[in-house]
Design a binder for this molecule. Structure first.
Ligand SMILES: C[S@@+](CC[C@H](N)C(=O)[O-])C[C@H]1O[C@@H](n2cnc3c(N)ncnc32)[C@H](O)[C@@H]1O
Ligand code: SF4
Ligand code: SF4
Length: 315
C-alpha cells in the first residue's frame, strides 16, 4: 500500500508528525486557527534557464545567497518550529546548489521534495521524498518555453537517474504548468514520461499582468483540457495523475481572489521563504518585498493551494 508515495512502514514511523498535522486540521476546523502545513524555500538566487512563463525572474534582484549554516537556522526557526510536514525546495534552479538540497533531505527525511528543470545531474539522495521535474509540453513546445535543447538535457538526466536502480523511477514526479502554448500537448507529456516517472501533477499558468497571453482563459478550451485530464485520470492513468477531481474542477474558474488580493485562497497553509529566508507574501510565488509585482489571484492556477480548497480550507 502507498499513499502519495509513502509506504505503510514509513507512515507508521511518521505517526508523531501526523499527530501535529491532525492538531493543525482540528485547530482550523474547530477554532479557525491557521498554522502552516507545508513550507517552501527558494534556496538559490540564480537559474540557468529563462523560461517565458516564469514568475521567478519577474521579481528577481541581484543579491546574496545563504550558506548551509544559515539555511539550517531557517529550517529550525521557521519550518521545524511550525511543525510543517513537507517542504518544497525551489528557486531559481535548486540543483545548482546540491549542498543545500542535501541539507533539506537530511533535515526532512522523505519530506523534502525538489522542483527542478532537470537540466543538471539529479543527485541520488537516500532521504529525498521526490523530484518534481518540470515539463512544459512536447519536446518542441517545451523547448519553445524553456530554451533550445532543454528537453533533451532533462530527458538524459532523468534516464540516467532512473537507470541507476530498480526503484529510482519512484522518485521522479512530473509537473506540467498548462498555458496557452502547451495545452494541446498534455497527453503527449503523459505518453513521453509515464515510463520513467511515478506520478504527474498539473497546474495552470498564473499571470502577474492582466491579459497575459500565456494564461489559458476560463471557458471552452480550458474546460476541454480539464475534461481530457479527468478522462485519463479515470481510465488508463488512474494511478499516475495525482490531481484530485475536485482540484481539477476548481481550476475551471476563478477561485482564489479578486485582482491581486487573495480571498478564498488558503495562503496561510504554506510558509514560503525567499533566497534570503524572508517570508514571501501572499504565497509561494509572491515576494518578501511589498513593492514587487504581485500574482493575479483572480486567474490563479497554482496546484499547491487549489488542492486544499477541496478539503474545505479557505483564506
Ligand atoms: C520557478 S520554478 C523553480 C524550480 C525549477 N527551476 C523549475 O523550473 O522547475 C517552479 C515551478 O514553477 C512553475 N512556474 C513558473 N512560472 C509560473 C507561473 N507564472 N505560473 C505557474 N507556475 C509557474 C515552473 O514551471 C516550475 O514548475
Ligand atoms: S528553470 Fe525554473 S526558475 Fe528557471 S526560469 Fe525556468 S521556471 Fe523559472
Ligand atoms: S496561490 Fe497566490 S496567486 Fe494564487 S490565489 Fe493564492 S495568493 Fe493568489
Amino acid at each position: 500500500m502507498e499513499i502519495m508515495g509513502r509506504g505503510a512502514r514509513q507512515i507508521l514511523r511518521e505517526s508523531p508528525l501526523y499527530f501535529h498535522l491532525g492538531v493543525k486540521f482540528a485547530g482550523y476546523r474547530l477554532f479557525g486557527r491557521k498554522s502552516p502545513l507545508y513550507g517552501s524555500a527558494d534556496i538559490i538566487n540564480s537559474c540557468n534557464l529563462h523560461c517565458v512563463h516564469c514568475y521567478w525572474w519577474l521579481n528577481r534582484k541581484e543579491n546574496e545567497e545563504l550558506g548551509v549554516e544559515e539555511w539550517k537556522k531557517i529550517i529550525d526557526e521557521k519550518f521545524k518550529k511550525n511543525h510543517v510536514f513537507v517542504v518544497t525546495v525551489v528557486g531559481g534552479e535548486p540543483l545548482m546548489r546540491p549542498e543545500i538540497v542535501e541539507l533539506f533531505a537530511k533535515e526532512f527525511p522523505k519530506r523534502a521534495c525538489v522542483v527542478t528543470n532537470g537540466t543538471w545531474p539529479i543527485p541520488r539522495l537516500r532521504d529525498i521524498y521526490f523530484y518534481w521535474i518540470s515539463i512544459d509540453g512536447s519536446e518542441e513546445v517545451h523547448n519553445g518555453i524553456r530554451g533550445e535543447g532543454a528537453w533533451a538535457k532533462t530527458r538524459e538526466n532523468v534516464l540516467e537517474y532512473v537507470r541507476g536502480s530498480d526503484k529510482a523511477w519512484k522518485d521522479i514526479w512530473i509537473t506540467m504548468t498548462i498555458n496557452s502554448r502547451n495545452y494541446k500537448t498534455v497527453r503527449t507529456v503523459i505518453e513521453d514520461w509515464r515510463e520513467y516517472s511515478n506520478k504527474i501533477g498539473f497546474q495552470f499558468h498564473t499571470p502577474f499582468i492582466k491579459d497575459d497571453p500565456l494564461w489559458l482563459p476560463f471557458g471552452k478550451e480550458r474546460d476541454a483540457v480539464i475534461d481530457e485530464i479527468l478522462d485519463m485520470r479515470s481510465g488508463e492513468y488512474s494511478d499516475y495523475i495525482v490531481n484530485p477531481v475536485h482540484q481539477l474542477n476548481t481550476m475551471r474558474r476563478s477561485w482564489g481572489g479578486k485582482g491581486t488580493t487573495p480571498v478564498d485562497c488558503p495562503t496561510w497553509a504554506m510558509l514560503s521563504v525567499d533566497h534570503l529566508g524572508r517570508e514571501k507574501h501572499p504565497c509561494c510565488i509572491g515576494s518578501a518585498d511589498e513593492k514587487m509585482l504581485k500574482p493575479r489571484c483572480e486567474e490563479c492556477g497554482l496546484g499547491c493551494y487549489s488542492v486544499l480548497t477541496g478539503y474545505g480550507m479557505k483564506g
